[in-house]
Design a protein around this ligand. Structure first.
Ligand code: DGT
Ligand code: MG
Ligand code: MG
Ligand code: MG
Ligand code: MG
Length: 250
């Protein structure tokens, strides 16, 4: 189809290859999910089916895109690590980003009814996406540690905040005021002394987020197969990485 007088317009499409031999992190985040969560009456502070739906969409991304070696999710976001030798779509930025983002979104919508059989989707959700390039394994570890530390800080705050409102009878304004300037230990203490909640016994999904890796799974009468598993492990300490050297080595 070369050579009509219109085809020069193709020259305006610029190549957007990403640096070779560099880790790629794709992070997608729900657009306006504050409103989306309200519209669909998500439980506060954590809606388990909503988080499981996010995990399901992320797992589908990993099944579809074999270059993804690790994923981490919390709230309305998911981060996907693509191995540094990834040559998917010749490492074209917009192609990788738009395909992963739209695939995730499609699965989220397709699987919605599985997790919310009695709650029809009121309007189409969308996700924004970005790609960050990291030159070293340490950067990648620090990136995932950053997201998991964020999960912890937000979840601790939200857990106390909603306990004050839902069980303590405070208004949201009062709860904000109560928590102003408080540190982690103070929030833990307040949770325990006023509401009898021991933070460390809350579900790991809420405290740690979701960590998706490929792992050999044993099945009866079959050879062990590599499958995507959802964990809620710590990714800040060394153990997670030391026991899975393949994540950062390829
Ligand atoms: P954005 O990302 O700039 O378009 O705006 P938002 O509104 O998506 O803000 P973001 O991504 O910073 O925060 C995520 C929002 O999603 C947060 O305001 C509350 C909502 N959300 C996420 N997970 C849950 C949940 O499990 N339960 C409830 N009730 N809300 C949630
Ligand atoms: Mg945001
Ligand atoms: Mg968002
Ligand atoms: Mg978010
Ligand atoms: Mg095409």
């Amino acid at each position: 189809m070369a050579g009509t007088r219109f085809s020069y317009v193709k020259n305006f499409e610029l190549p957007d290859p990403m640096l070779p031999d560099t880790y790629l992190v794709v992070r997608i985040d729900g657009h306006g999910f504050h409103k989306f969560a309200d519209a669909h009456e998500f439980t506060k502070p954590n809606d388990e089916p909503a988080l499981e739906l996010m995990d399901t969409a992320a797992r589908a991304v990993m099944d579809e895109f074999k270059d993804v070696v690790l994923a981490f999710g919390e709230s309305d976001e998911f981060s996907f690590l693509l191995r540094k030798s990834c040559s998917l779509y010749s490492r074209r930025q917009s192609k990788i980003l738009s395909t992963i983002t739209s695939y995730f979104t499609s699965v989220y919508v397709m699987q919605w009814a599985t997790f919310f059989p009695n709650k029809p989707l009121k309007y189409p959700p969308s996700f924004d996406g970005r790609i960050i390039l990291y030159p070293t394994a340490q950067h990648v570890r620090d990136y995932f540690a950053w997201r998991q530390a964020d999960t912890h800080i937000n979840n601790l705050y939200n857990t106390v905040f909603w306990a004050l409102v839902q069980q303590g009878g405070e208004s949201t304004t009062q709860a904000h005021e109560t928590l102003k300037g408080s540190v982690s230990s103070g929030k833990n203490e307040l949770l325990f002394s006023r509401f009898g909640i021991n933070y460390s016994t809350l579900p790991a999904r809420f405290r740690k987020g979701s960590v998706l890796v490929r792992q050999l799974v044993e099945e009866p009468d079959k050879r062990p197969k590599k499958k995507v598993v959802v964990l809620h492990s710590d990714v800040i300490e060394n153990e997670f990485w030391d026991t899975r050297p393949e994540i950062l080595s390829s």
